[in-house]
Each structure stands twice: as structure tokens, then as C-alpha cells.
Design a protein around this ligand. Structure first.
Ligand SMILES: OC[C@H]1O[C@H](O[C@H]2O[C@H](CO)[C@@H](O)[C@H](O)[C@H]2O)[C@H](O)[C@@H](O)[C@@H]1O
Length: 636
């Protein structure tokens, strides 16, 4: 094997497609070890990774600013691979490169290993530890298939959202072990490889020629758990991680159906967005990917919303995954026991305050500013919160756990709060930044809280509570059906408007009214016909909604998938199937989705990958598959 000395020169340049140096959002691959996430561009650049947790400060943020850190592995003279895929059923990303001189395969993974704390306890885990945990290592392996390929490694971390540059030192006598640190930053990076590293300021570089059959690895670690030292060790860690994901996905129940791949990738993505040590679930892996190209609708989604998480649990439990529901409920129980008012969202470590900050020094994805960290919606009043909590509890019990004595008084407090406050206006499930309104879907979720509360109380034999909450639920139901409808009998966004709102597609799924009810049918069809652009659903029309923001937004992918489910519910199965087919055709090449889809270009917009979209995909696809199965049963 020939080795060349590292040089400071970058090799192949990315040619901007359509003038943008930023890859399309849908072109990123998503990695997770359930503690840290990473996004890998097609070029082989890791362009998003936050440490030491998925909500921590970034070390690679090239997705938000081309100078904010990246880590490339790949052929020296080429940036467009022949193909990429996940090893089926895993979070291992495989990129195949075809160069004029030879072919190369790169595998990228965030390593999951056996529980490694031995007899001492992990300081991070609030939930019961299982057999595996994150190894805190980003591993990249290369294998040359034939001919020869000149490869490069180029690692340039930029700590604390690129506010602090790192500097490198060798960790031992050889060239294969480097440490990168920055003043005042507690996280240190350790880079181990069987290539020969050279350091050029904040960059660690290596280049070499690989020939047929050669293998190489590089592994970046950030904890006392050191990265592998040899290729064999690296390879074995990759296999253990593959097995971990295979075992996890095998716990689910997936129909034998051509759309199973979408279900599995969505389930893996939702799992990848969970933070194992606490059981919290992030809404998406990123911050500030714009909902409008160049616009201001840029938010930090690396937090756990009660709403998003409960909907995630609906999706996962549909596929037979229940441990996640238990872990999440224990996470919420910890928050409730801490006292105070139930928040609408929390940090993944359980913190309450998520004050928003603007990172002016970052250019933003394709110039979309501001880049925000934190999320100002954290202290909003959103009245769906009690309903989604009660639904999380329902799932928890349905999947086999008890409603223990620890939880019941907390449930009582939440249902009583819903019953006391449901008449007040709020910011709604879209957490608008305009004036509070009497949002119809918020009232419906208050009804969910009272309805589910009454059922639980009956099960526990608490007749007083059951009676009190049933009466409240009936009163809410009557008011919503009186004030939440327009003259046509269609449910509307809030009591003082005729505007439509896609959140009302949830009515049949929540059991507020039966799908056969004329008002439900009319609402679903009105949204399908009037709140769509090229059949894709907007959450609302921005011109009709005081959301406190400027600019347009794309179609909300969650709403389009909700429409599929709602159409099935009202018996419009063919229309639902056609829409579902269309939505699946917009999946990224790796079957991932952002929050929004531009209804004209099909371009993905907003944070990525987004739990909302994947959880609704699962629900929609399962609705269609069950409807198809029912059809087959009927014809036999
Ligand atoms: O529309 C303005 C709001 O947009 C974001 O909220 C959206 O994302 C949340 C996380 O997935 C979701 O729970 C919510 O339903 C969506 O509207 C943003 O987080 C808010 O700060 C912003 O006000």
C-alpha cells in the first residue's frame, strides 16, 4: 500500500447544483446511536453533529454554514457517489463510489455497543439500562473493491456552533491517533485511524491510495470510551451495531407488503430520534432548516414536545413497539413529579426553560436567517397538552404496563386542569406566535383528556372522578359542535373564523365523532379540496391565520399523511391510496422526510428528518394496508 503525506489542499470541489453550495435537504443520510445524531451529505461530508448529546452544541454544522465544520471521507477527486443505501434494517449508511480507476465502498455508523459500565453506574441514564448503549464513536470504514482509488480524510470540527475553532495534537508516537480540543469546550475529540494523519490548523487530513481488497477505517470518539484502534476492532463494532438494529427492528410487526420498506425506515428514524438515557424523543434532528427558502420560519426542533412524542408513540405502537411508550411515560412522570405546570415541551434531559437565541454568526442554510437555538414556544399555553398526555397513558396501559399509584394523582391533576381551563384561548397545536384563539383542535384535545380520564377513572373504580369528567367531556363536545362549525357544517380552525385547519383531520382518529358522521366527511373533503396545493395539504392558509410570521410555507407532510388516514376512515380508499402513492414518491432516496414538501417542486423543506412526517406516514400506510386486507377478507 502506498502512502502519501497529508497536504492542506482540498481535493475535489462540490459543484453547486442550481447555484447552491448546500446539498438539497433530502440528500442527507441520517445516523443515530440514540444519544447523538449525524447528517451525512452525498459527498461523504458529515455536515451536522452535536455533542455530547443530540441537542448539544454542534461540532459539524456545514449544513447551516459552509464554514461551520465538516468531516469528509471518500475519493480524493470525486464528490458524487454511484449510489447510497442503508444496510437493510439498520442505521448503517453505505456509499458506493465508482471512480475512473476503481470502486470503493464506505460505511458510516454511530456505534452502539454492549452496556459498558460494568459494575459502576452511568451518570446519564434515568431509565432502566438495557443490554446496549451508545459507544460515543462515529465510525467510517472503507473497502476498495477493485482497481485503485485515492482517498482522503478531512476532519475540521468547529466547536460550540462554530464559535470556537479546534486545534489538533497527536495522542501517541504514531500518525494514527489525534486529539482535537478548543479552549473552554469540555468535549474533546479523539480521532483514530489506520491512515496517517497530518494537522493543518483546525483540520486533520490524510490521503492514501487504496488498491483492490484494501480496507481502512477512521473513528471519531468524544468520551472516555476510546474509539477502535484497528480495522478488525472497527469491523466488529460495526457488526455489533448492525445486530443491535436488526434485533430492534425485529421486535416490530411489519406487514408483508411492498410499502414495508417505508414503514421500517420510518420506525428506525423515530427510534433514532429518541434519547435512550431519559426516554425523551426529539421532534427532528436539526435546527433552523428553513420552511421557506431564504425565509424566517426556522426553528430548533431538538426538543421533546408532548404532542410530537405522543404521536410518535401512536406510530411505533401501531407497529408493535411498546418499550418506547413506557420509557417516554416514565420521562413525563419524572417531570410531573417535579411539580409545577405541565410544559408543552422539554429538553431531552428534562429541563423546562428552552429560551430562544439567535446565532448571528451562522449564514443559515442557503442564507435562511435567523439560525435559532432554543424554542420560544416552550412557555406557550397549548391546550392539546392534557389530551396528548392522557393518550400517552392509554398507550402505556394498552401495551401492558400498570397505571401505578404513583401516576394516578398526577393524572387527576392534569384532567382537572383541562376541565378547569378548556374555555380559555391558547396558541393551538401549530403554536402560532400571533394572538391566542379558541382553536377547535385544542378544545377537541381537552375533550380527549376528559373522555380518556373518565374511562381510566371507571377502570380504577373512582366513580366521582368518572362522573365529573364524563359530564365535562359532554359539555365540551356540545360546545365544539356548536361553535367549531361553519355554515356548511365543516369544522373550522377556531371559533371566530371560517378558515380551515388540517389539525381537524384528526377528528375521526381521536374518536371525537364517528367517521360516518356527515360533519366529519364534509371536513375531510373540504380540507382535501380547499386546503391543498397539487393535492398536498397546508396546515392552514398563512393569509387567513394570525401566526405572527411572514412568508409562505410548503405543504406540511404530516397533514398530507393525515389526509390519507382520514380519507380511509371516511371510506374514500382509492383517493387515499393515490395520495399515499404520490407522497411516498416524494421520499428521499434513503426514504427519509423533512417537515414540509414544496407542492410545486417536491423539494423537502424544514427540519430533517422530521418525526411528524414519519409517524404520520406509518399511520397512513397502515390505514391503507388494513383497508386492503379488509377488502380481501370481504371477497373471500
Ligand atoms: O409555526 C410556528 C411554530 O413552528 C414550530 O412548530 C412546529 O413544530 C413543532 C415541532 O414539531 C410542532 O409541535 C408544531 O405543531 C409545529 O407547528 C416551532 O417549533 C414554533 O416555535 C413556532 O412558533
Amino acid at each position: 500500500m502506498e502512502f502519501e503525506v497529508a497536504t492542506a489542499e482540498p481535493a475535489a470541489q462540490e459543484i453547486p447544483l442550481g447555484g447552491s453550495p448546500y446539498p438539497p435537504i433530502a440528500d442527507y443520510g441520517f445516523l443515530s446511536d440514540c444519544e447523538v445524531c449525524a447528517l451525512v451529505a452525498k459527498s461523504g461530508n458529515v455536515e451536522w453533529m452535536c455533542l455530547p448529546r443530540m441537542d448539544g452544541p454542534s461540532v459539524f454544522a456545514g449544513i447551516l454554514d459552509r464554514h461551520a465544520g465538516r468531516f469528509r471521507v471518500g475519493p480524493r477527486d470525486q464528490v458524487v457517489p454511484a449510489d447510497r443505501r442503508y444496510l437493510p434494517g439498520t442505521m448503517i449508511l453505505e456509499t458506493t463510489w465508482g471512480t475512473p480507476t476503481g470502486w470503493l465502498v464506505v460505511r458510516d455508523v454511530l456505534v452502539v455497543g454492549p452496556w459498558h459500565h460494568g459494575s459502576e453506574r452511568s451518570g446519564r441514564y434515568a431509565r432502566s439500562p438495557r443490554d446496549h448503549e451508545a459507544a460515543h464513536v462515529l465510525l467510517r470504514t472503507m473497502r476498495c473493491l477493485n482497481g485503485f482509488v485515492d482517498v482522503e480524510l478531512d476532519c475540521e470540527p468547529a466547536f460550540d456552533y462554530a464559535r470556537k475553532r479546534g486545534s489538533w495534537d497527536y495522542a501517541g508516537d504514531g500518525y494514527g491517533d489525534g486529539i482535537c480540543s478548543a479552549e473552554g469546550v469540555p468535549t474533546q475529540l479523539r480521532l483514530r485511524t489506520d491512515m496517517r494523519l497530518g494537522f493543518e490548523g483546525p483540520r486533520a487530513r490524510a490521503e492514501t491510495r487504496m488498491r483492490a481488497g484494501d480496507t481502512l477505517f477512521c473513528a471519531l470518539g468524544w468520551s472516555s470510551h476510546l474509539p477502535p484502534e484497528t480495522y478488525d476492532e472497527a469491523h466488529s463494532q460495526l457488526s455489533v451495531t448492525g445486530n443491535f438494529w436488526h434485533e430492534w427492528i425485529s421486535r416490530g410487526r411489519f406487514p408483508d407488503h411492498p410499502w414495508r420498506v417505508y414503514l421500517q425506515r420510518s420506525a428506525l428514524t423515530l427510534k433514532g430520534l429518541t434519547y435512550a438515557p431519559t426516554g425523551a424523543m426529539m421532534a427532528a434532528a436539526t435546527t433552523s432548516l428553513p420552511e421557506t427558502p431564504g425565509g424566517e420560519r426556522n426553528w430548533d426542533y431538538r426538543y421533546t414536545w408532548l404532542r410530537d412524542s405522543t404521536f410518535m408513540l401512536w406510530g411505533l405502537s401501531t407497529l408493535g413497539f411498546d418499550r418506547e411508550a413506557h420509557d417516554f411515560l416514565y420521562f413525563i412522570t419524572d417531570r410531573l413529579e417535579a411539580g409545577g405546570r405541565l410544559g408543552i415541551m422539554y429538553g431531552i434531559d428534562g429541563r423546562e426553560r428552552l429560551d430562544e437565541e439567535i446565532l448571528d454568526h451562522l449564514a443559515g442554510y442557503e442564507g435562511a436567517k435567523p439560525v435559532r437555538i432554543g424554542n420560544g414556544a416552550w412557555d406557550q399555553r397549548q391546550h392539546d397538552v392534557w389530551g396528548v398526555l392522557l393518550d400517552s397513558i392509554r398507550l402505556h396501559i394498552r401495551s401492558g404496563d400498570r397505571l401505578d399509584d404513583r401516576l394516578w394523582p398526577l393524572v387527576v391533576r392534569q384532567v382537572d386542569t383541562a376541565v378547569a381551563e378548556w374555555r380559555e384561548p391558547d396558541r393551538g397545536i401549530w403554536e402560532v406566535r400571533g394572538e391566542p384563539q379558541h382553536f377547535t383542535s385544542s378544545k377537541i384535545f381537552c375533550w380527549v383528556a376528559a373522555d380518556r380520564g373518565a374511562r381510566l377513572a371507571r377502570l380504577r373504580g373512582d366513580r366521582d372522578a368518572a362522573k365529573r369528567w364524563r359530564e365535562a367531556a359532554d359539555e365540551m363536545h356540545a360546545e365544539i359542535c356548536e361553535r367549531g362549525l361553519d355554515d356548511r357544517g365543516v369544522f373550522v380552525q377556531h371559533y371566530d373564523t371560517d378558515a380551515l385547519d388540517a389539525s381537524l383531520l384528526l377528528i375521526p382518529m381521536l374518536g371525537f365523532l364517528p367517521a360516518s358522521d356527515e360533519r366529519v366527511r364534509k371536513t375531510v373533503l373540504a380540507i382535501a379540496d380547499e386546503l391543498t396545493v397539487n393535492e398536498l395539504v397546508l396546515r392552514y392558509k398563512v393569509a387567513e391565520t394570525d401566526d405572527g410570521l411572514t412568508g409562505e410555507e410548503g405543504s406540511f407532510a404530516i397533514c398530507s399523511f393525515w389526509l390519507v388516514s382520514a380519507l380511509v376512515e371516511i371510506g374514500e380508499v382509492q383517493r387515499a391510496r393515490d395520495l399515499c402513492d404520490k407522497l411516498l414518491s416524494y421520499a428521499s432516496p434513503l426514504a427519509l422526510y423533512a417537515e414540509e414538501i414544496d407542492p410545486h417542486s417536491g423539494r423537502h423543506l424544514g427540519n430533517f428528518p422530521q418525526a411528524f412526517t414519519h409517524l404520520a406516514l406509518i399511520n397512513a400506510v397502515m390505514h391503507i394496508i388494513r383497508a386492503d386486507e379488509a377488502l380481501v377478507d370481504d371477497t373471500h
